[in-house]
Design a protein. Structure first.
Length: 459
């Protein structure tokens, strides 16, 4: 019944007062229903929408897009979408709706889908989930975002919040998350809802109990990826899940120096690390794991160092990790692979040796590297102050400036450099180029000791 028809029906009942109350109730119900339906869903999906759903199968679960099986081969980031498609990827993770319109359109042009993030401020950032007004404001902001982007053809699913479980002690966090999930199901029945949790997985029982409207779980996991299928079941999650971040060992996971500087893997070590864990986890648990997003699909993210998570160089050069993803997604490595960088040493010492240098003194560094195709390699060296890595991972450090004037002479895979004159923690970095669009990276932390230098200079 259309709204204009309701008025005519009411007039017909004016002569029948006993039935007027029933008519009014019915009419109001139809009006409210029409309004809600107009906001929430159409009888048929809009033409631009490709419906996505999670279905239970005889062996587990499956993601269907347009009624066809869809396994996520994704990258989390804002750039290099053509390269993602070329490597065999099919999806992008965006953490919020910032730049969403542009990025959704760009992804669609490259034949990629998007897991679109709807940002919820985590409790550790100072958000009080007992503050009903603040929670309602956040809820309404998310409503507007869902209404704006729900019909985009590239949309794959909604990712509500990122690591809301980190240091979360208030159960209202997960209740608010569930309210958002229910809202999305009302406004957009054609795309599933997920949320990303940390690899500790300790809040899964609370999430299971307080946010039952989540369709599938997302997990950000690095070193622990290999045991994720077992770990997630041990926490009681027997529903479908996806890996929403994976890649190199996280900077909170590796061995550290005596001054607590995390030791970063070389690009070759990262690639081997990621390959092994993906094959032991994502590739073997396909009845419950519905895909994964590699982190970070870009080249300009600073987190602990400028190279830790980036799969590309700052100018778009690919690393060996992209080659590994090409292998995982397409079944073969690309024609031209990135340089293989395996070791970096300073005067015969490696990062695990707690390298301490005398301020202002000259030293030699050398890198072990080769190119799989025998391409000519060149090296670029630089030194930066190291940053203190927060133990709880919630603080973001600003990228420090390169210390100029320290590189004295570089030849082939070796360099002579002068240690900084100021005491403190530093790193020496090397990037190996093959001149064909690929790079390899390595760095080594060292501590500059002014006192030792002064003592050495005394007669």
């Amino acid at each position: 019944m259309l709204p204009w028809q309701i008025g005519r029906t009411l007039l017909a009942f004016v002569a029948a007062p006993k039935t007027l109350g029933y008519c009014l109730t019915f009419a109001l119900g139809v009006l409210v229903g029409c309004q809600k339906q107009a906001e929430s869903r159409d009888v048929q999906p809009p033409k631009s929408v490709v419906p996505v759903r999670v279905v239970k199968t005889s062996t587990g679960y499956q993601l269907l897009r347009g009624n066809k099986p869809y396994f996520i081969k994704g990258g989390a980031g804002l750039e290099h979408y053509a390269e993602l498609r070329a490597a065999g990827g099919n999806s992008v993770r965006l953490y919020s709706t910032d730049y969403a319109e542009v990025k959704l359109d760009e992804a669609h042009r490259h034949g990629l889908t998007v897991m679109l993030g709807l940002w919820m401020t985590p409790e550790y950032a100072g958000f009080d989930y007992y503050n009903k007004q603040a929670v309602e404001q956040q809820f309404e902001a998310i409503r507007k975002q869902v209404l704006r982007y729900r019909n985009h053809p590239a949309l794959l699913m909604w990712n509500v919040g990122n690591e809301l479980d980190m240091r979360a002690s208030n159960p209202q966090v997960f209740r608010a998350l569930n309210d958002v999930a229910k809202l999305i199901h009302e406004l957009d029945p054609y795309h599933p809802v997920t949320t990303s949790v940390t690899a500790t997985l300790d809040k899964i029982p609370a999430l299971h109990r307080l946010a039952p409207d989540i369709d599938l779980l997302g997990v950000n996991v690095f070193g622990g990826l290999y045991s994720l299928p077992t770990d997630i079941r041990q926490q009681g999650w027997d529903a479908p899940y996806i890996v929403t971040e994976y890649g190199a060992r996280g900077y909170w996971e590796p061995p550290k120096t005596a001054w607590q500087a995390p030791i970063e893997q070389t690009s070759a070590s990262k690639a081997e690390f990621m390959l092994e864990r993906y094959q032991r986890s994502v590739a073997t648990d396909t009845t419950r794991c519905l895909g994964a997003y590699a982190f970070y699909w870009g080249g300009n993210r600073f987190e602990a160092t400028p190279t830790w998570f980036n799969l590309f160089g700052p100018k778009g050069e690919k690393t060996a990790l992209v080659d590994v993803l090409h292998y995982l997604w397409r079944g073969s490595f690309p024609t031209n692979q990135a340089p293989h960088v395996s070791l970096l040493e300073i005067n015969g010492q490696y990062a695990t040796d707690n390298i301490k240098l005398k301020a202002g003194q000259e030293y030699r560094a050398a890198v072990t590297a080769f190119d799989p195709e025998g391409d000519e390699l060149t090296a670029q060296w630089y030194i930066m102050p190291d940053v203190a890595v927060a133990a709880d991972l919630t603080d973001q450090a600003t990228k420090p400036e390169i210390v100029g004037g320290l590189i004295k002479a570089a030849s082939g895979k070796q360099v002579h450099f002068r240690a900084p004159v100021r005491a403190g923690a530093y790193r020496i970095y090397v990037t190996i180029f093959d001149k064909k669009g690929s790079i390899g990276t390595a760095n080594a932390p060292f501590y500059c000791d002014v006192a030792a230098s002064a003592a050495a200079q005394q007669p």
